[in-house]
Write a protein that binds this ligand. Structure first.
Ligand code: URA
Length: 243
């Protein structure tokens, strides 16, 4: 166990004195709880300072998981349900970058690299995520336009997106829509479709930035290559172009 201010300073975030100031201001969390001066932490604890994850000195790990339905995107579930972490055996404390709903499938990035997590999830970096959405009914061009221009959800307009119909199945009266957004608001895709009168039957995240699910089956994962990690950093530094 080590004093939290020392761990924050060792991670290169700021000086120990500054860390103590941040703790006093209530800006430091350990495993989601605000801590007080002198708190001691162990290597597996997740530290967040002013909203930023702290990188402790451990080997960095990066994974893409093809998240199945019925798994929670969290490090620990209070109802003891299976979590995305349970699908990746590692002794390091990895966590998901962003979130997919319990019933959403698809690409989820997991890592213990707080710096990259902060970059990827920062709205300024506008990281694209492509979703495949199954809805009931026809989605005509004016509706797609609305989705693309932005929809008011919870009093705030969504950013511009790209949307197209991939398929319409006459027999089941369902449409498959592809939508690419760069925001990460809670249940955003479902709320966008709900706001224009569509119920989302199925949701899958197909891509995250330049990463896709190629070669993975539901429940499978793989490590990112050093080249892919470098490219993710590069993309964040080049925002908003993610090519
Ligand atoms: N939008 C949603 O509504 N749900 C997800 O899981 C991801 C994006």
């Amino acid at each position: 166990m080590e004093r939290i201010s020392k761990v924050i300073a060792n991670a290169g975030y700021c000086s120990r004195r500054k860390a103590d100031e941040l703790i006093e201001k209530g800006l430091v969390e350990v495993n989601g709880e605000i801590v007080t001066l002198g708190t001691k932490v162990k290597s597996s604890d997740i530290i967040k300072v002013n909203g930023n994850f702290i990188n402790k000195k451990e080997e960095k790990e990066y994974y893409i998981l093809y998240k199945p339905r019925g798994i929670v995107t969290t490090t620990k579930d209070e109802k003891n349900r299976k979590t995305v972490i349970d699908l990746i055996p590692t002794k390091n404390r990895i966590y998901p970058v962003g979130r997919l709903d319990y019933d959403t499938t698809g690409l989820l990035l997991l890592t213990n690299d707080g710096k990259l997590t902060n970059l990827l999830t920062h709205p300024r970096n506008e990281i694209d995520k492509k979703y495949i959405v199954k809805v009931e009914g026809i989605v005509p061009p004016p509706v797609l336009k609305k989705l693309e221009k932005g929809i008011i959800i919870e009093g705030k307009k969504t950013a511009k997106s790209k949307a197209r119909v991939k398929k319409y199945d006459k027999k089941t009266n369902t449409s498959i829509v592809e939508i690419t957004i760069h925001e990460g608001r809670n249940h955003q895709v479902k709320k966008m479709f709900n706001a224009i009168g569509y119920d989302v039957k199925k949701l899958k995240r197909e891509t995250y930035c330049f990463l896709d699910l190629h070669g993975l089956k539901s429940g499978e994962y793989r490590s990112l290559s050093p080249k892919e990690v470098k490219k993710l950093y590069f993309v964040c530094q080049q925002n908003p172009t993610q090519k």
